[in-house]
Write a protein of this length. Sequence first.
Length: 489
Amino acid sequence: MVVILIAAVQFSLHSSVHRTSGLDDANSDSNNNRNNNPISMAASSSDKLANTKAVPRINSPDKTDNQSSSSSFPVHYTTFSTACSASQNWQSFMFFYFAAKVRQPGYVVRIASGCTPEQQAQLLEFQKTHISKLSTKFSVHFTPDFSTVSGDSYKYYNKPFGLQHWLEHGLKYTHDKANEDVIVMILDPDMILLRPLTYDFTESNVMIHKSQRGVPKVKKVVHGQPWASLYAFGNGPFRVDLDYVFADNKTSNALKVSGEEQNHNYPGGPPYMATGKDMYAIVNAWCSLVPRVHHVYEGLLGEMYGWSLGAAHVNLPHTLAESFMISNTEISDGEGWQLIDALTDDEVCEYSTTKTYEDKLPYTMHFCQNYWLGKWFIGKYRLDSDFLSCSTSLLMEPPDNLATLYDFYIKPGGKPYGQKVKVRPTQAKREAFMICQLIKRFNDAASWHKQQACIEEGGEDKGNYEKSWIFHHHLDVDNNEGGEKTAKW
């Protein structure tokens, strides 16, 4: 029996070994025929019995799931950057699982920076025994720890320098001119794909941010036309001390960008998408500039500012999409909430992988926030990193009409505990969507993992499939007995 207890993998940052795998598989992929994905829901979303063991219903993935005979479909690489912490390990598993679930085309690469040799061995074993069952095209690439590459300490240096390391040592970009034409995407580990994300938006409901450049004539990621998700920092990158940032590049194109483009073509973030040629140019500029950006701007968004200025430096304004992701339920514009607002009440808590349903949704859920309605809650920082273990229960799933049950929320750690915070109906619907979708998807992925890891030699399944965990002592909104529940899932 192979059981990985991710909580036991308390990783630090310290190594330089690198490895990629699965890069010799067939590469022409598409997002068709998703209705028959053999990775079915491991625990039925209609199962309302909180203490009933779910019947395992997942089949072995077909390794040719996401392949197409179309020779014109470019090779796709979906990458995400992580450290080696326990929390980023379970997030990475979720990322891989839902990439397989939606049949994300091409290769999916976790770029793990700064693992110790022991941590590398553990990750490679988990990759071999679990992730490879999802797809042989899923891999992990190890890089050194770049957090002190500029003499200061900034953990997010690992994102640009880790990607550069993969481009040069994993993809081996400069060794093959064909790499200029591949599609490279950068996402975050705490993102869940809700539908396939590909280079072609011709028939998509993608919401494109308005700019003077207008909607591109060809709604695809092509040379000279990178795409990204719109983020709400506006022209922030261009308000830092540019004289310092570009001290060695006083003729940089970034110093000539119009105010309109600063606000409407460069405030982008993950998912980033570009051809290999454009991605390599941006990433090299990103690595060159981000240390100088961090020296004059120490905020959380420093590495994103570096990306924006790097893209401007190499004169690659972006097509920015407003529906690549959803994250903050209170935001009015810039995320794909219009698509969620348009769902019927019956669809808000529906967990379906049919193309008809998927095509109504944004491309990703970015679960970097807390989500709450009544006493229902989900938030990544209150999840114990061993929730994938065989003995840990699944999460209790909310009722399908959650969006209409409450006009307030109670925080698990509110001060004072039990305080009811009012929410508007629109926000209540958004909170319900995130709570329902994340809980059901986490349960689905955890159930699949248990079915791989918790089978003993005699065939007995020792996995705990009870849907019983909640983040409060109970769900009665008028009973605050016990106060804050400090234990994590």
